[in-house]
Ligand binder design. Sequence first.
Ligand code: IVH
Length: 681
Amino acid sequence: MPASLSEAAARAAELHRALHEHSYRYHVLHAPIITDGEYDKLFNELKALEADYPDLLTPDSPTQRVGSDLQSDMPKVEHVVPILSLGNAYDGDDIRAWRERIGRLLPENVRLEYVVEPKFDGLSVVLTYIDGVLTLAATRGNGEVGDDVTPNVRTIRTVPLRIPVASGGPIPPARLVVRGEVLFLKRDFESLNRRMADEDLPLFVNARNTASGALKQKDPRVTAQRPLTMYGYAIMDADGEVPATQWDTLHFLRNVGFLTADEAIRRFDDLEDVIAYALAFDVRRHDLPYEIDGLVIKVNDHATALDLGIVGKDPRGAVAYKFPAEEATTRLLDVVANVGRTGVLTPTAVLEPVFVSGVTVRQASLHNYDLIAQKDIHIGDTVIVKRSGEVIPYVVGPVIAARAGTECTITPPEVCPVCESAVARDEGEVAYYCTNPACPERVARNIEYFVSRGALDIEGLGERGVRLLLEQGLIRDEADLFTLTADQLMPLEGFAEKKVENLLSSIQAAKDRPLARLIGALGIRGVGVTVAELLVRHYHTVEALAVAAVEELETIAGMGPHTASAIVEWFAVPRNRALIEKFRAAGVRLIEEPVVDETASDVLDGLTFVLTGTLPNLQRNAAKALIEKHGGRVTGSVSKKTSYVVVGDEAGSKLEKAQELGVPLLDEAGLLVLMGETVDE
Ligand code: IVH
């Protein structure tokens, strides 16, 4: 808290200026330069300041305004009831404080039920149905007056034009006003951007702003091109009877034909359970098909919620629990190319340090140079950085509105930033790569990968150890690891006797790993352990693989032409052939005895299967493995070419499709008979 009134006044003035400007940029220019989370933070700071120094609260304060997203050139609609907003909570204590505040207004010891719903990161819409027919759709606007977006909303396929949608559904009151949220499903936003990329158009950065833009189009045909979705969550007003609780309201809305967030709605009667659920949801949010920025906790009983009244523009009967912000804006200072183990150059953003979802981020991924161009990112840009769950922080895109004109374009490097060798790119591939197999960074990265758990799993040796061994000249390639001695290791810092002993024995053990692990660890572009397994099944020895021709490699199912040539090119490099010879000399296993499965057959040769539903005994993977063992193929979708659809419990649309196309059906028992197999009960 500022020490004196004059300091507080200065800070409040600064916050006024900033908030007014950001609000104007957001609502009028449609070109915000900070994220919603950053705006909220400034807004909350001002609110707290005004609470501590009430003299600072002036009528022109941004906190005194009901947020408005009105667009000047659209027809207006007066809302029949004010469209309210929500108070925020950021942790368990805020939620408890909310409960205490409302507790003071309720009869003593009253037990409340709560409904917890996702807080959709979209736009509020208010839909009016007269005699079941959608007659009006409006945005929230300033809460009292909204924009009339009826023709646009009619293009949204999940908005029922008439309710109930299904015959037999509940008959709604003669007039029903429903509130919901318009948004992009994650997959729809991604496919919209894929379409933009295909047409060489600039990509959309922010799903919420894009949804807002789409909804406020003057031409509904443009809206129709944008795959929007709507979820319903409240009844605002009605002539006639409506459910008395939020829980029943959600079910009613679903039954008349609205999409509701069934997968994420829960009812509780204990606030601590609500809090535990809310705090844990931060992880689950990423599995939902839409973006949410928190959860809404609502008092279930509508009469109680209504009695609690309103503070400012927020009803007391509900509170929004907001997750820590995942996005922030910062400046892109530079872009450096990171050299990976296969030589691929990954552009990495050097950022002005910024605090995002609990950590300070200084670097972020830019994925690849094509994407930089598609997103039109420049050095010097203000960029949006996202850190979401376990994902490595990445640059979402530039804030074009914040451009000064002095930003510079980003070009892929012409030479490797580490060894200055030529950079190449395969036709049809996005990655640029360093062409020098002896590039020191490539070598170091590859050895790091070679010893890692996913590859040869040499315990006791990590990134730091590998770099140290390279610096000391004790190793120059992967094979040198196998001839290390205790005398060489003991003098190194951090290598005590016991550690050296353990390391040497795990190096010894690594000589006998399955061949696919070794091949997958060599650093051939496109060849990880999965592809290596295909290669081993086909060739059984490194010797045979080393002389394989591209044409032959390409015939292996699952092998692309780029990978096939990368393999041939890898074995053509003298340094790599020498490496294999060093492995051989050190006693590293280079062959894999083929395992002969006596029970395999080719009875299903040429047949394709689709699996749907839960089978009584076989897990999906086991069924697939069995079919493949007998020469059959398993695919994901039903077509006329499908030989059989194997149907289990709770089979879905694939079963319908099969019946439509007349594809023969099998149950588990039928499948087993076909293959001459039995299952162990
Ligand atoms: S209830 C009067 N439920 O969040 C009750 N709002 O921060 C207020 N929102 O303007 C709305 N998901 O646009 C409610 N499940 C949900 C919501 C939700 C998203 C939005 C809504 C509101 C904003 C308030």
